[in-house]
Design a protein around this ligand. Structure first.
Ligand SMILES: NC(=O)c1ccc[n+]([C@@H]2O[C@H](COP(=O)([O-])OP(=O)(O)OC[C@H]3O[C@@H](n4cnc5c(N)ncnc54)[C@H](OP(=O)(O)O)[C@@H]3O)[C@@H](O)[C@H]2O)c1
Length: 320
């Protein structure tokens, strides 16, 4: 019996491995790797400077944007609170692409960050804004187990700072009649996501703000796209608990987003991500989708199984 169950386990592990590899290969075939833009119209439309927030980590999506844009000859303002990492990224980009890079070390959770940022960008034309930074606790506690100061700080960084950046640079673009904004959000903003519920609510805010702006700025020459990312390979072992065929790579993600700027109010990069989100938001009833995503997150994050609901006292008679 033990031998049979060992064989079955080995067989299912092998099948899962083969399915994972095949899915990875298929998504590499289906997803773009380069922006098709021979005349560099993109730079002419959205240059000469791009401002990317959250660009300090070498593995991060922000640095992925910075690399692609530097490859398109954009000059770059990179903003992050990680000073030494940001300086390193700036030096790498200058050396590899021979472009201008201004690293600006800022805490985007500070209420007056916009003044400091404007002082560093008043002499240049920021034609493309990529709002990409984010903050969420690494241990992803349930909402009521987080302290209120952390929840408020997340609102400042993930909602207030996005609003300030968009208002500041979006107004300048609208006055010029030219520009682009990418709002980097998440599938967690399309579907409420237990165990990362506060982040999920911040991301929903970004989606609503960005898509409404897409509409309002259509006639002003400014293109807005909200990027709804799924699991993306930026967080090392933190994503090890999820099925690996669902984890997208940064480069094709960034290319697909930039390629959709000006074409679509929302882009969901990656085939697997598109299917996963379509199942949750279009096929399943809301309650079922919430239960499913709650279980998915609990498994991925190694959380305990959700306990049975407590029994509620029977109400025998109406309360007077
Ligand atoms: N990776 C995924 O699986 C995934 C999935 C869906 C959506 N996304 C979205 O994609 C975007 C990029 O994600 P990522 O995984 O590449 O993130 P990341 O590598 O963690 O980059 C975010 C950067 O923002 C910085 N930051 C945080 N708070 C800041 C503040 N107050 N002031 C200035 N900088 C601050 C972070 O610094 P610290 O590290 O010091 O905080 C970090 O360098 C985010 O908007 C995220 O929500 C990612």
């Amino acid at each position: 019996m033990a031998v049979i169950s060992k064989c079955l386990r080995k067989g299912s592990e092998t099948a899962a491995y083969v399915a994972d590899q095949a899915a990875g290969q298929i998504s590499r075939w289906l997803e773009p790797n380069e922006l098709p833009d021979p005349g560099n119209l993109f730079l002419r439309r959205y240059g000469p400077w791009a401002l990317v927030t959250g660009a300090a980590r070498a593995e991060g999506v922000g640095y992925g944007f910075a690399r692609r844009l530097a490859g398109r000859n954009f000059s770059l303002v990179l903003v992050d609170n990680r000073g030494p990492d940001l300086e390193r990224r700036a030096a790498e980009l200058r050396a590899r692409y021979d472009v201008k890079v201004r690293p600006v070390v800022l805490d985007l959770g500070e209420p007056d960050f916009a003044e400091a940022l404007q002082a560093q960008t008043s002499d240049i034309e920021v034609g493309l804004l990529v709002c990409n930074h984010m903050a969420t606790p690494a241990d992803t506690p349930p909402i009521l187990e987080m302290d209120l100061a952390t929840l408020h700080a997340m609102l400042d960084i993930n909602a207030r700072a996005y609003t300030t950046l968009i208002h500041t640079y979006g107004r300048q673009m609208a006055a010029r009649g030219r520009g682009g904004m990418v709002v980097v959000s998440s599938g967690a903003g399309l579907m409420p996501t237990p165990y990362t519920g506060a982040y999920s609510a911040n991301k929903a805010y970004q989606i609503a703000l960005g898509e409404a702006l897409w509409y309002e700025l259509q006639s002003r020459g400014v293109d807005v796209t909200v990027a709804v990312l799924g699991l993306t390979n930026t967080q090392g072992d933190a994503l090890a608990g999820y099925p690996q065929f669902m984890v997208a790579e940064v480069d094709p993600t960034v290319v697909e987003i930039l390629d959709n700027l000006g074409k679509s109010p929302q882009v969901i990069p990656g085939t697997v991500n598109k299917l996963f989100l379509a199942a949750q938001t279009r096929l399943m009833p809301r309650r079922m989708a919430l239960q499913t995503i709650g279980g998915f997150m609990a498994r991925g994050l190694g959380k305990d199984k959700q306990p049975e609901p407590v029994s509620r006292p029977e109400i025998a008679a109406p309360i007077a």
